[in-house]
Design a protein around this ligand. Sequence first.
Ligand code: C2E
Ligand code: CA
Ligand code: CA
Length: 695
Amino acid sequence: MSDDAFLDRVLGHASHLLRGLARNDIPGLFVIQDGTYLYVNPRFAEMFGYTQAEVCDGTVGPRTLVAPEDWARVQAGIAERLSGRVLTGHYDFVGLKKDGTRFEVELFGTTTEIDGKPAIIGLLVDISVRFRAERKLQDQLRFVEQLIDTIPGPLSYKDEQGRYLGCNRAFEAMVGKSRDEFLGHTVHSITYRKVAEKMHTADQRLINNPGIEIYESQIPHIDGTTRDMMLYKATFNKADGSVGGLVTLMLDISERKLMEQRIWEEANYDSLTGLPNRRMFRNRLDEEIKRSRRSGLSCALLLVDLDRFKEVNDTLGHEMGDHLLVEAAKRITACVRESDSVARLGGDEFMVILPEITDPAGIGQVATHIIDALVKPFQLRGHAAYVSASVGVALFPEDAGDIDTLVSYADQAMYAAKEQGRSCFSYFTPALQERSRFRLEVANELRGALAANQLEVYYQPIIDLASGQVIKAEALLRWTHPTMGMVPPDRFIPIAEEVGLIHTIGDWVFQQAASAARRWQVEFGRDIQISVNKSPRQLVTGRTQETWIDYLRDIGLAPGLVCIEITEGLLMDSRPEVASKLLLFRDAGIQVSLDDFGTGYSAMSYLKKFDIDFLKIDKSFVRDLTTDTTDRAIAEAIIAMAHKLGLQVIAEGVETQEQRALLSDAGCNFAQGYLFARPMPLAAFEDFLCAADVQ
Ligand code: C2E
Ligand code: CA
Ligand code: CA
């Protein structure tokens, strides 16, 4: 039965309904004609705060009951229905109560005819409670939307089928679409099929297994990049407790990842050359050793140390030094296979690991290759620089079974290569091991030597060539060990430097020597200038200069009667404290001798810069003076140049009268050597002084 047919059947009972409505408490009922209410039920009047009579006697019309802003609309509606064009109307408006309070009303009206004139009969419901609830809901919704917009990471939520229900602005920005384009659709509407399928599967897995999931993933961004994202996913439930869908929040962790990567690189790679650093090298060596254990094949460790790198650094500057290291790293890397590892341990030291050695001859070939590559000139911004390399080789498992020993053996082998004259390689051998054991023993013994009275200062006279008089002496240290016997200074001084004992020992030598010079003044009435050797290390790290100067004051020896002997290497040291310490001696009146001149760089310019007083021509020149014409020419040239620069010259290691005569002729000022006397103990030197006097 159609609606109309049905209504026709029951229309006869409509009056019951109307009567019921008029008396009910829910909708207000009204009949209006000619702008006045013919009838309103009690509920209608009560809704607006009037009595039924007040409304029906014409005092109150629709105009009074409708909020001014809604009046025009309501009036138009009434007119429209009364005109008969539209028969029913249904709308909301804001009602005005007698006391002025406003409330929301929903109206339904239909046109009818009363006494042959059009009238409207209608129902009115107070919807303010529902209205306010709706508005509150809307406010809450808007708040939630704004809230999720403040989240910096893309956030979206989908229903249980994976269709988007909502998202925040960051999400729109990421996908490059506005939400209207994809709400109601699945992830397929915003990204490539492959990516979408993967995401959808992951979502569905969580939907079927509700809870929280956090993981990292790479997510394509609309700008074409792929970002490392941390994904936080959580399912949410509907009112009935069933899974309603899931929320996904993504946080961009690309920067953190990049930083982590950088930190890792910094910790494992040398920033200058980009090679693995010591730490990474140890990890690799550890791996290779394990691999070697499994395969039974040896693994070789090559320690590559650049010779004369320090000179490049000192003369051309650290920046050029850095360039050279970068280039050296490239050259070394080019000499090895992909499977080999090259690392920089720091300074000018590189390590090469050659794993799985099948042909031992190959090790030597690689070492030679590296040495040849590094000996070629380096072009550093227009400057040519020359270095060479010394390589030490140690093998696992043949030489050592653990990393530390293996590295220390490669180191010993490298030093052996340096001693063999540099630019060569050396394998680790048990003899090297023996020598390094000896060094250790010497170092231990040396610690007790001073207290045990095993050290003694010897004195060697220095003769004025013009007068033949002893006017200076060099203090030379001697060590007599109870079992090792006489240990030459060339062997123990470097060890004393290495282990830091040189400061204590050097101070002691100085005090002995200065006291001796003072004694010669007092006891023999002789002003003999005493020369004391000073290792570079004493000047670089020590604080001896002040204590030495104080000591001279204490014993009453004029500083002019003291000379310190330094080597050229020290002058090449570019550290400013070296120069300032040297000048401190000079300012105190102590003289400075440049020892072993002719064996090193022999750079004249340094002599002026550091205000040196004496040059000591090395004994290697003096030795060949009478046989080698070149050496003679060099000696003569050095003397002439020194004089031009205002320096006096001392010849060292003079053993024959011939040498003495030649030096004398060349204008050399002083001489020292076995011809006159060997270094001797204090008492013997004093005897020598007296005897020389008698002559
Ligand atoms: P040096 O400073 O070049 O000392 C000169 C060396 O030549 C001494 O060796 C001396 O004994 C030796 N000599 C002297 N006349 C002749 C000669 O006519 N012919 C030959 N062939 N040699 C001669 P020594 O005493 O063995 O000292 C070796 C080196 O040890 C010294 O070389 C010096 O560098 C270092 N040294 C010695 N004593 C000290 C010290 O107290 N402190 C420091 N830092 N180094 C010292
Ligand atoms: Ca000397
Ligand atoms: Ca010397």
